[in-house]
Design a protein around this ligand. Structure first.
Ligand code: NDP
Length: 222
């Protein structure tokens, strides 16, 4: 039975990823940081692991909890938007630290732990990036802290991809999705986004290692 690890599966895209892989017959290991979310994941048939991605001990514990797993798919989904300011409003240090810690530093802690487990299975590793990470396609400076964090995450993913030829690692733009973060006016539903992400990951070839992709499978400009 193939195994998927979903990091940040309490709600939104992460929860839907866990549910769709489960419904497709996969063994799903899903993380959340709140007791009630862990219980809900367990009730849905997932193996639930406690993980706040900004907690150093939790991240270190992930390695020994996963021990010698072979992960066919691992997805780092947990992320935060931070202040919804317009234009060049400078974030304060607390806002900067929270967004960069969650979206970038956590990836630099977690990906080195997870990559060997994905390599064991010759599997696929994805981080949830954003279309807003693309520098070349920008038309205004909206959400610049979030954008800076996701562009940095893309850089982190690229370096992870350069360190391996035994896994296929990609930065994934899920589209503009109807979740707490995307809002109810977003373009696509969470099930459409997640179905596309799963299909795109399933179709990856070794030559796709290090690519920045949309949930449709189309390649993104950096
Ligand atoms: P939501 O805000 O709906 O959910 C965010 C998820 O991240 C929750 O499961 C949340 O857990 C988890 N999370 C946040 N901080 C932490 C933390 N410190 N430790 C553990 N888990 C944490 O977001 P979406 O589902 O919309 O987004 C998922 C990913 O996709 C994010 O990385 C986001 O940046 C990206 N994305 C989303 C888009 C959209 O339109 N929705 C567009 C582009 C990218 P908890 O419930 O405990 O807070």
């Amino acid at each position: 039975m193939p195994v998927a690890l979903i990091i940040g599966a309490s709600r939104g895209i992460g929860q839907e990823l866990a549910m769709q892989y489960k419904a497709a017959g996969w063994r799903v290991i899903a993380t959340a940081r709140k007791e009630e979310d862990l219980a809900a994941l367990q009730s849905a048939g997932c193996e639930a692991l406690p993980l706040d991605v900004t907690n150093l001990n939790d991240c270190a514990g992930l390695g020994w909890r996963l021990d010698d797993e072979k992960l066919d798919v691992a997805i780092l989904n947990a992320g935060m938007f931070g202040p919804r300011t317009s234009g060049l409003t400078t974030p304060d240090q607390q806002q900067f630290d929270a967004v960069m810690h969650t979206n970038v530093l956590a990836a630099m802690r977690i990906l080195p732990i997870v990559l060997p487990l994905v390599e064991h299975a010759r599997g696929r590793l994805a981080v949830l990036s954003s279309g807003m990470a693309s520098i070349g396609e920008r038309s205004n400076p909206a959400g610049w802290l979030y954008r800076a964090s996701k562009t940095a995450l893309n850089s982190v993913l690229k370096d992870v991809s350069l360190s391996t030829d035994k896994a296929i690692c990609v930065a994934m733009d899920p589209g503009w999705v109807q979740t707490d973060m995307g809002g109810s006016g977003a373009e696509i539903t969470v099930d459409v986004s997640v179905a596309g992400i799963r299909q795109t990951l399933a179709a990856l070839k070794p030559a796709d290692n290090g690519k920045y992709l949309q949930y449709t499978g189309a390649e993104h400009g950096w």
